[in-house]
Design a protein around this ligand. Sequence first.
Ligand SMILES: C[S@@+](CC[C@H](N)C(=O)[O-])C[C@H]1O[C@@H](n2cnc3c(N)ncnc32)[C@H](O)[C@@H]1O
Length: 547
Amino acid sequence: MPFRARTAIFRWSLHTVPYRIHHHQPHSIHSSSSSIPHKFTSLAQTQVYGESVETSDDDGFLSWLERKAGCRISSSLSIGKSSYGRSLFASKAIKTGDCILKVPYRVQITADNLPAKIKSLISEEVANVAKLAVLLLIERKLGQIFWNESELEMIHRSSVYWETINQKSQIERDFLAIRPNHQEFFQSKLKKCIAVQTAIEYRVYQDTMSSQYIDKIEITRWEDMRYFVQERKEKFQSFGDITYKDFMYACTLGYLYDGVSLLIPNFERKPHYYILCKYGLSSLVSLLTSISLSVGSRAWGSTNGLSLIPFADFVNHDGNSEAIVMSDDDKQLSEVISDRDYAPGEQVLIRYGKFSNATLMLDFGFTVPYNIYDQVQIQLDIPKHDPLHKMKLELMQQYFVPSRKNAENLKHSWNIFTIKEVKWPKGKGKGLPQSLRAFARVLSCTNRQELDDLVVEAAQTDGRLGRRPLPDVNKEIQAHLMLSSLIGQLIEERSAAIMSLEESSNSSSFCVRVPVRRFMARDLLCGELRILNSAFTWLENYCLSST
Ligand SMILES: C[S@@+](CC[C@H](N)C(=O)[O-])C[C@H]1O[C@@H](n2cnc3c(N)ncnc32)[C@H](O)[C@@H]1O
């Protein structure tokens, strides 16, 4: 995932592993996980996730990778197909605590693996994830990664909407930063090629509108191109939406992929054909524009920075699993220890991280129907017309400094709070975040004296502003009523958005992916609604119990 920000590295000690290891998780902008273990996957979920293993054309991959690594990577897993794309399945019975895969660092890929000649083409300001992206080779459904505007409209009430917009523009910036250099590189190759008259005749639609053919295109790798044309003629004809420029660019990407050939069995010298033949040209071209997201959903934060971990990246996610990818620096490998027993043929799942649906959706392109890590961002503003606006603003900026972890994440600022589901809305256990309630107390002050009193109280206690209930009970209730009114408004917005999703689900769509995205939007919004409702109930109870 695009990760301009932090990669959390967690120390994790499974009882079966006697040495110190690091837990690493797929890179996520949103990652804010702690490493507290959660429950085993329930049987019901196993059935939902369970799939029968189909023979996959990736069968040779494991043995190829083991040859490359010079050691056994897994003796209990095989690659198969699931409803989430490829996945790992138990090839024999697995017991809790078994080490199910070990991938040595030497066959993992980090930005450092970029060959020097490629590195020199990529400017310094390009994010690590984008550098890794040029190494990415296997991604399906590439053309469908970004949501279009009307699809985004389904979630415009959620903060994910703005995050998506920001992410897209960052990717565009990275892409633009890579492209000019690369084109220059290709231009020089092309000139050479023209000089030696190594041209090949082939046809490609220039664009769908004109359906014009370009007949003679000089290309350096004409032999390779002929191979491609012969093999994939029928596909070739259907690439109507690809412009000549895109096409050339896609073909030349092969140079960039040279650096990752180690991941592609039997295609060591022709990595781009692998992608072209297997997934089609549009996939390859889309790869360029959706590059960071694709990499992000396969890259793992570790002690080595972002890494692509072959084989481990075939495993799918279950937020309830306790199995995670861990790295052992002493042994120079990443490994997964099973958190439960598996029968042969069962799909093996791990937890990528404690990710909300917003994170899963934005960084991995999927959601789960009931996500225990869901959360909602709430923004509180000081009303412009508040006579104490200036004083409150100064106090807020001074006292409500986001934690370092949150500060790294652009979406966090002093007036944005993250709320999680309140498990015990009747008052037991943790309620709403203290910082949010403190902020509301400051907002509810109506004169300077009240604000000064809060400052004095902070100095006399732990230095934090508004952490204690206001001495005036009515004021305390007022502050919390203000929060419940805001939350009530957010609930209405989410409910309306869910309703309109339901209405639009009756209209037929020609596009296969729209219903899928509608489900994702619904998972996201329903999760947020659940959290907001729990917060609302908690606030109601707090106010009632304070009277
Ligand atoms: C690391 S890859 C896992 C292998 C992937 N299924 C494949 O075909 O290559 C992560 C991607 O798998 C899919 N995926 C993983 N877990 C999933 C889940 N629980 N539900 C839906 N899709 C999932 C998503 O497309 C995600 O971006």
